[in-house]
Each structure stands twice: as structure tokens, then as C-alpha cells.
Design a protein around this ligand. Sequence first.
Ligand code: FES
Length: 172
Amino acid sequence: MVNMEQRTLTSEAPEQLTPELEAFIAEWKPKPGNLIMVLHRVQEHFGYVPRSAAFQVADLLEIPLAKVYGVLTFYHFFKLKKPGRFRFAVCLGTACYLKGGADLIQELENMLGVGLNTVTEDGNFSVEAVRCLGCCGLAPVLSVNGTMHGALRKEDIAGILAEYKAKARPEA
Ligand code: FES
């Protein structure tokens, strides 16, 4: 069982697994490879794997928390930090890289004042590099919460950012 004191050591507001996630875990519990499948689903739901969810996964699969974190830290795919409300994902697959994907990242970093894989202080924006998004014909591509912006030049970033800043909360 999980040590309750450990749970209180985190400053992150606990994210609770939904009944759907719990049912998914129950379904996968007896199957091989269940931990990775479950963590994928948790990340799909929250956009990352919250610490509180990692505890719950360990509880429900009846495995040590260290095993859960072993997988989470081994695979770079898993994110342990909450992304921004608007998640700017720049493709650095071959086509996008060759057409200036890295320049888009640099422009976003400059304009937002954050580095790669970090979140603005207000929690609104995060920047990350991702692998091929499957629309190489539109290279270079930027996805914002799954909405694709293609054939971009770094000069286009200011306009896109302004569009999302208009929707952002003053304080997230
Ligand atoms: S390389 Fe960027 S979408 Fe394929």
C-alpha cells in the first residue's frame, strides 16, 4: 500500500483517476505489458503522468511505485510535468527539421521567454519538440493542442502566438 505521508510531500494538486481510467486499469491488470499500456492511457488523459496518478496506478496494479517510476523515467515519451494550457509541439522529424523546425522552436522560446520542455509562469504555454506528426507535406509543422499549423516560417509565429494569447487565462 502507498504511504500516505509520501502523498502529502508533493505540492502538486492531486489529479484523480477517472472511473474510466480505473476500469481500463482493471481490464489490463491481468495482461502482460499492462504497465506501459496503463501509463499511455493516463498520459493521454492528463497530458502527462501526474505524481498522484502514478501512486494510484501502483496501488491498482499492486506493484511497487519504483517500478512505475522506472518505466516513466526510462521512456522519454512519458512526461512528468504538466504541460501548458496551450501545448506548442514543433515537429523535428526529418522533413520539418530540414525546412526550419528548429527556427520555429527558437522563435517560440524567444517570444515566450521559456526553454524547450518548460512552461510559462502563468501556466498557459509550453514548448516541446516532437517526432513526425504525419503531415510532412506541410513541413515545417507546429501542433497547438492537436491543431496543425503548416508550411510555417518563423515570421508566422508571432501571429499564431497572438491568436492563442487572446484565448489564454491571465492566471492559469
Ligand atoms: S517530419 Fe514533420 S510532419 Fe513529418
